[in-house]
Ligand binder design. Structure first.
Ligand code: P6P
Length: 338
């Protein structure tokens, strides 16, 4: 009888990464393991649903002016409490908090900055559709003593790690530390993350696209041209039919694209010409761009690589086109040549 494949845990994977690529020093390994443990706790809370009295909204709004779901607040608290004491972080920033969260004086300050969207896709919580956590890791600037917001404002190419968890039919954790993308599935019986996919590669070609089509009348010309060509299918310039998916949960849409190709788009549009898009650069677009590029895909704001954008504010928004390289390059070309 064939012996079962050896299961590799997240910890073993991180130790192997350090040995092979010297890109996961002990403090970073601790950081990633603490975040992964916090995602297990969030998955547990999410999984309770109505039984856990965690559904529904609070009476508060976050810095984005969005009504906070109870699970938004709980997930944020889980990540803050899990990461405060370990000595690996200098500070944290979250979609749910206006300013960054310094490590309390009673704990040692580390050399990393952690940014996260604690629960992405909140509008799906109460209807039992996949949601998730997105995180990005930067190194604090050399010589930094007291953290300021400016220390967070680094381009995405400076990320040393990025990942997301999807709380869906399975709970999975997708992670890059700069040497490819791996996926871990939560073994709920053992409470451990088990590596289930190695070096994921996004197909360069695809027949699937993701965009909120209800905004079509607001799109600018390059997006209208690109989507119209997809919708013309075999009879149009693309010469093949395309399919559309929109889960309204970035983690779920990106996970599908990572596994079978596709392009995810949240463009700027005429509703608010001064607003470059809905998604946030520092803790949604940058980590997802890092993961997608490490998986052989591409990620732009329509004009340039997302990871080369120099941030100006912690919660700034950005247009997002990411996924299968050939499609992202095509729609980016339409913008650049508009
Ligand atoms: P819309 C969730 O609120 C989110 O930030 C992303 O996860 C998702 O892709 C997008 O917004 C959905 O936006 O406008 O379609 O509801």
């Amino acid at each position: 009888m064939k012996a079962p494949a050896k299961r590799v845990s997240l910890t073993q994977h991180l130790v192997e990464e350090q040995r092979l690529n010297n890109n996961v020093p002990a403090e970073l390994r601790l950081l990633i393991e603490v975040v992964a443990r916090a995602c297990k706790s969030i998955s547990h809370a999410v999984g309770k649903g109505a039984l856990g009295e965690v559904l529904g909204s609070t009476e508060t709004e976050n810095v984005q002016g969005e009504v906070q779901k109870k699970l938004d607040v709980l997930s944020n608290e889980i990540l803050l409490e899990a990461n405060e004491w370990g000595g690996h972080l200098a500070a944290m920033a979250s979609e749910e908090m206006e300013s960054f969260h310094p490590i309390p004086n009673r704990y040692p300050q580390g050399e990393y900055l952690l940014l996260f969207d604690p629960l992405d896709g909140s509008s799906n919580i109460d209807v039992n559709v996949s949601i998730g956590t997105i995180f990005s890791v930067l190194k604090a600037p050399d010589g930094m003593v007291t953290v300021t917001e400016q220390d967070f404002l680094q381009p995405g190419v400076n990320q040393v790690a990025a990942g997301y968890a999807v709380y869906g039919p399975q709970t999975v954790l997708v992670l890059t530390t700069g040497n490819g993308v791996n996926c871990f599935t939560l073994d709920r019986e053992m409470g451990s993350w088990v590596r289930t996919q190695q070096h994921i590669q996004i197909p360069a070609e695809t027949k699937e696209y993701a965009i909120n089509a209800s905004n079509a009348r607001h799109w600018f010309a390059p997006v209208r041209r690109y989507i119209n060509e997809l919708n013309e299918g075999k009879t149009g310039p693309r010469g093949k039919d395309f399919n559309m998916r929109w889960i309204a949960s970035m983690v779920a849409d990106v996970h599908r694209i990572l596994n079978r190709g596709g392009i995810f788009m949240y463009p700027a549009d005429a509703r608010d010409p001064g607003k470059p898009g809905k998604l946030r650069l520092m803790y949604e677009a940058n980590p997802m761009a890092f993961i997608v590029e490490q998986a052989g895909g591409a990620a732009t704001n329509g004009m340039q690589r997302i990871m080369e954008i120099q941030p100006e504010t912690l919660h700034q928004r950005v247009a997002v086109f990411l996924g299968s390289k050939n499609e992202v390059e095509r729609v980016t070309g339409y913008h650049q040549n508009a």
